[in-house]
Ligand binder design. Structure first.
Ligand code: ADP
Length: 617
């Protein structure tokens, strides 16, 4: 073969500086592109072999080897795949790719400036090598009998050189003469890191070598797992394998709670595993990670255009060869296939949850603490998800058991129809819980950070149903049945507390409660509390709260202290009565909320005074 020269057919003279600049933010993808090309070359050869079109002798061990040579400043990618003839090099390397790159540039010229990040998701293929190399050399020998090996060299301009090569084994070696400013890619650890990021699950074995250095033990093994678990049929995978895969990929010491193995062939191709992680604390729920792959090549984490946002709270791997990942993200959003895929994933997740609820109710209950935030967020984000799973949303009741909303409503129909009482903090609201239990009433524990929104959502969805916190207007249902006429006492007590109690209390009521131990309790109107919470949340720190909670003090005339208090001669015992009334309010406040420092001060002072009074006895 003669040495000959030619021009790469491209009109844009300065394509390389542009590619380099644009791709800068995601430079390391060139490793993914060159390794994927090597794997493709091997896969093509394997296919030809199985079709009987390639006649290869002996047992073939296919692999891609990446070699780093810091002294020479080179990074090589060698495969023993299909190789290329001179014609193929001219056709594939000189024309196709370049015109593809040019099209790409023309098409996205305007957008690049705004969103550099998207570039990482365009496979610029072979030419991405020029992001880090001043010169790229291809040495290749085709599998076709009688082929001659070819060298192609290009210095990053539009000129290339083709000449005979000394390569004597089938396959392709791409040599990158690494640029001064990309020297990091001559460090084996850096290259290893990038390979592990993008190529951990490629179907062909990948090895890393350091030329001129003794082979390390870890480099004798391939860097990747060529048959990731998601590629296997679900019936061939054991629980242990799922757990092991999870721990390895997501570096979590804990076992996942459960998982969903997605395996679809029609109408699109989709494989993957979604794990429900065990949470150490609720905040962790925002740290999910769903890795997207295209034919086992890692593309990116958490692409919300493909995977519905609420599913990104999970951990998992999704492999979708059909996705047009070489296009921009905004295009993905409108793509019909992408929407179908996304819907399918949501349906599968809902099906799994329903089946767990139906077939493994105990497990489902025990998982609830960890999965509720995901489920509730999912309902808020996607109503179709809510429709699919609404009957399996469960709530903890006061005795610790779980029931559905309908079960709760049905059970309490006679006592308070369509009204759901709830607890947001079991410790803080323990006095109210005690009274509820004594009165054989029940409430649901809604203490997850999303429950505020979830309650409003349920009220909007389930017509007629209203939610009221356990310290809201409950005096009616806690009233005693006695017919005793207490009007005189009531009037006296009413004025006693009206005159004495301050503490931000808007109203004083005297009632006869079933529970005789409690002298008084604070009730907070549900609506005013919700408004106050909302204004706090949206107003931020700088805005004064526009709404405050409306508090009612309910004094219990069925309580012996209150009864006695109403009989004391006020004129003679003014100070003592005042102290006791205020102390009763203190205790009521203490049972309702965390005291402010001033309230706490008052409470302690009054406690000390009461102790002194007790000493006088
Ligand atoms: P793409 O891989 O997206 O087709 P590339 O620019 O990466 O685009 O490569 C262009 C073409 O060059 C490939 O389609 C393939 O035919 C050929 N090619 C690239 N690398 C190799 C290789 N290692 N072995 C054989 N052929 C290759």
């Amino acid at each position: 073969m003669d040495k000959n020269k030619g021009n790469i057919s491209i009109h844009t003279e300065n394509i390389f500086p542009i590619i380099k600049k644009w791709l800068y933010s995601d430079k390391d993808i060139f490793i993914r592109e060159l390794i994927s090309n090597g794997c493709d070359a091997i896969s093509k050869l394997k296919r030809l072999q199985s079709l009987g079109e390639a006649n290869l002798q002996g047992n073939q061990i296919y692999k891609v080897i990446v070699s780093v040579n810091k002294e020479k400043g080179t990074l090589k990618f060698s495969d023993n795949g299909i190789g290329m003839t001179e014609e193929e090099v001219k056709k594939y390397i000189n024309q196709v790719a370049f015109s593809g790159a040019e099209d790409f540039i023309n098409k996205y010229k305007d957008k690049i400036g705004e969103d550099k990040d998207i570039i990482g998701h365009f496979g610029l293929g072979f030419y991405s090598a020029f992001m880090v190399a001043k010169r790229v050399q291809i040495d290749t020998l085709s599998y076709i009998d009688g082929s001659e090996a070819v060298t192609w060299v290009c210095d990053g301009g539009t000129e290339y050189e083709i000449s005979p090569s000394t390569k004597d084994s089938r396959g392709t070696t791409i040599t990158l003469f690494v640029d001064e400013d990309s020297k990091e890619f001559l460090e084996a650890f850096k290259v290893r890191e990038v390979i592990e990021k993008y190529c951990s699950f490629l179907p062909i074995e990948i090895y890393l070598e350091e030329e001129g250095k003794e082979e390390k033990e870890e480099d004798k093994k391939p860097l990747n797992d060529t048959t990731p678990l998601w590629m296997k049929s679900p019936k061939d995978c054991t629980d242990e394998e799922y757990k092991e895969f999870y721990k390895k990929v997501f570096l979590d010491f804990n076992d996942p709670l459960f998982w969903i193995h997605l395996n679809v062939d029609y109408p699109f191709n989709l494989k993957g595993i979604l794990y429900f992680p065990k949470l150490k604390h609720e905040l962790e729920a925002t740290e999910g990670q769903v890795k997207l792959y295209n034919n086992q090549v890692f593309v990116a984490d958490n692409i919300k255009e493909v995977i519905p946002e609420f599913l990104l709270l999970l951990k998992g791997t999704i492999d979708c060869p059909d996705l047009p990942l070489n296009v921009s993200r905004s295009f993905l959003q409108k793509d019909k296939d992408v929407m179908k895929i996304s819907k399918h994933i949501v349906k599968k997740v809902a099906d799994k949850l329903v089946s767990l609820y139906k077939n493994e109710r105990e497990n489902f209950n025990s998982f609830w603490k960890d999965i509720q935030i995901f489920i509730k967020y999912g309902c808020l984000r996607d109503e179709s998800f809510y429709e699919k799973i609404k009957d399996i949303i469960i709530f903890k009741r006061l005795n610790g058991e779980y029931i559905t909303l309908n079960e709760y409503l049905e059970e309490n129909k006679e006592k308070h129809e369509n009204k759901v009482f709830y607890v947001t903090d079991e410790k803080q609201q323990s006095q109210y819980i005690k009274m509820f239990k004594e009165a054989s009433l029940d409430a649901l524990v809604l203490d997850c950070s999303l429950d505020n929104h979830f309650i409003s959502f349920l009220e909007a969805k389930e017509s007629g149903v209203t939610f009221a916190r356990i310290d809201s207007d409950i005096s009616e249902i806690l009233k005693s049945d006695s017919n005793e006429d207490l009007k005189d006492i009531n009037d006296k007590v009413q004025s006693l507390f009206k005159d004495l109690a301050s503490n931000g209390i808007n109203e004083v009521k005297v009632e006869s409660l079933r529970n005789s131990e409690t002298p008084a309790m604070i009730l907070v109107s549900e609506q005013s509390r919700r408004m106050a919470e909302m204004s706090k949340m949206f107003g931020g720190m700088d805005m004064p709260n526009m709404f405050s909670e409306e508090k009612t003090l309910v004094v219990n005339n069925n309580n012996s202290i209150i009864k006695k208090l109403s009989q004391i001669n006020l004129e003679e015992n003014k100070d003592k009565v005042e102290l006791m009334c205020n102390y009763i309010v203190d205790i009521a406040l203490l049972s309702n909320k965390e005291l402010s420092s001033e309230e706490m001060d008052n409470f302690i002072n009054r406690s000390n005074k009461i102790l002194s009074l007790a000493m006088e006895l």
